[in-house]
Design a protein around this ligand. Structure first.
Ligand SMILES: [Zn+2]
Length: 120
């Protein structure tokens, strides 16, 4: 299941940026071509962060549609299937505009005040 390796890589990126702070929300951008199943990703994330300092961090996924632009007619097409042909003229001479993203967009860490309350 490739969601597991995605989650492992998200968790290691987030742990680096959090630098020991408590993380509340993790936002990731994932392109359509990554073919990630949201439920599977959420499940893998839970398993991945369980018993780690990231436990309890919520994963928010921003899905990026797969979009191509046709070099022949200039039309842009949003793809449902990973077949890169132009929706206007049917040509396959296309450039991928989006859909292969996989990145950690931002993280929310607990505010220092909240962390203080938790510590006392
Ligand atoms: Zn075209």
């Amino acid at each position: 299941m490739h969601e597991f390796s995605l989650c492992r890589s998200i968790a290691s990126t987030v742990a680096q940026h959090a630098a020991g702070r408590e993380v509340e929300v993790v936002r990731v951008r994932i392109g359509h071509f990554r073919q990630v199943v949201p439920d599977t990703l959420a499940y893998c994330w839970e398993l991945q962060v369980r018993d780690t300092p990231l436990a309890g961090a919520r994963l928010e996924v921003d899905h990026v549609p797969a979009v191509i632009v046709c070099r022949d007619c200039g039309a842009s097409t949003t793809l449902d299937m990973p077949v890169r042909s132009c929706g206007a003229c049917g040509g396959v001479n296309t450039d991928l505009v989006s859909g292969e993203e996989f990145l950690v967009e931002s993280i929310d860490v607990a505010s220092p005040a909240a962390a203080d309350r938790a510590a006392t």
